[in-house]
Design a protein. Structure first.
Length: 395
């Protein structure tokens, strides 16, 4: 069996909304349908019925994104009912996992044209309640928020594994001696790069605003923030001696992203020039509490599979779950030029709608490679409960 080349023809995303912000009134299945429809409309030569499958990442799935949100997106977007859809969950890596699974299907000949993406509405994530162990309990019942993090934790899990995500970031800061000032400086740079990228129109080719919502730019970017303003924020997870604050962490967000993937035959049918070609991917595991360092080995393995090194990279989109986590990864990649990392801003500024972020990163790398005309790019994320995921793209 020959392995087919897989191309990214196009990539789109919504502006990323803040928690309770402009996109909070939009259902996640509608967000997903919006980017799917936009993607199809941008390749008018391609018959939508030619889409062999739609893969979508979704980290929550407890609310309006239940019942296979990928299939819901297909139907709501008005694609033919013959187009199937599958939803995948690798928590923060879900959107990138969807891209990898779609690429794998095309590479093996199971598909010729596929859509891959991700969605999350953290604003609309519901509260859930466990069923009582017996009928008609007399006491009160507890509701659990599904917005983020551990809930209904299995008591067999070691306590060290189930610390909060923020405490996990503090552990990475402890391990690498990362100071509060370093984290704030990293966060400030993220906001400045994102604001500059928007001002230069660098996101114009990929961002598709949601009709009827007054949001044309990522909602959490703070153009005027400063080291002084960030320094005033209190630690969020360790009241005494903590370094991780709301200002140097990614916010809670809403958004969706999608990519069009094809083989050679599908490429001819679109009549378009591809943005980039998928080269290799890798996934790894790590101690759950050190999830922030999950990308370290995944990136090394993906580069090894691609026959590339850090010196070959022209751009690198690393999801900024926390500044401490990102700085911890960078400390373990001394060969990497930090100047090529997140050149258009990262999740601390742009936002991190869990299931969508991986697709956003992959799409951003593809657009950056297309703008450059050539090069090698990489997208990577840390993943809660201790995993790392990476994808190498080339043009």
């Amino acid at each position: 069996m020959s392995i087919r080349d897989v191309y990214i023809v196009d990539a789109v995303r919504t502006p990323i909304g803040k928690f309770g912000g402009a996109l909070a009134s939009v259902r996640p299945d509608d967000l997903a349908a919006h980017v799917v429809r936009a993607l199809v409309d941008r390749s008018p030569a391609l018959d939508p019925a030619r889409v062999d499958d739609v893969y979508f990442g979704d980290a929550n799935g407890a609310g309006e994104d239940n019942r296979d949100v990928a299939r819901m997106a297909v139907l709501l977007a008005g694609l033919p009912v013959t187009v199937p859809g599958v939803t995948v969950n690798r928590l923060c890596g879900s959107g990138l996992e969807a891209v990898i699974q779609a690429a794998r299907a095309i590479a093996l000949g199971d598909a010729s044209v596929a859509i891959a993406g991700g969605v999350e509405s953290m604003s609309r994530a519901p509260w859930v309640m466990q069923k009582p162990e017996r009928a008609f309990p007399a006491g009160h019942q507890q509701l659990h928020s599904t917005t983020l993090g551990w809930r209904m934790t299995n008591p067999r899990m070691p306590a060290a594994w189930t610390v909060s995500l923020g405490e996990g970031a503090e552990l990475v800061a402890d391990r690498h001696g990362i100071t509060r000032e370093q984290q704030d400086a990293f966060a400030l740079a993220s906001h400045r790069k994102a604001a500059e990228a928007w001002a230069k129109g660098l996101y114009d080719d990929e961002v598709v605003p949601y009709a009827g919502v007054d949001l044309t730019r990522d909602e959490c970017i703070r153009d005027t923030t400063s080291m002084e303003a960030l320094a005033k924020l209190k630690p969020a997870f360790r009241p005494e001696g903590g370094t991780v604050t709301p200002g140097n962490s990614s916010p809670l967000n809403d958004g969706a992203a999608a990519l069009l993937l094809v083989d050679e035959e599908g490429l001819r049918e679109t009549g378009r020039e591809p943005l980039a070609r998928i080269r290799a991917s890798a996934v790894t595991g790590i101690e759950p509490q050190l999830f922030g360092l999950g990308p370290v080995e995944a990136v090394r393995r993906a580069l090894g599979k691609a026959g590339r090194s850090f010196a070959d990279l022209t751009t690198f989109e690393l999801n900024e779950a926390f500044a401490a986590q990102s700085l911890g990864c960078l400390a373990e990649w001394p060969e990497l030029d930090p100047e090529i990392v997140n050149p258009r801003g990262g999740a601390v500024a742009i936002g991190h709608p869990l299931g969508a972020s991986g697709a956003r990163l992959a799409g951003s790398v593809a657009h950056q490679l297309a703008a450059a005309g050539s090069g090698t790019g990489l997208a990577a994320l840390c993943i809660g409960v201790g995993q790392g995921l990476a994808l190498v793209l080339e043009r």
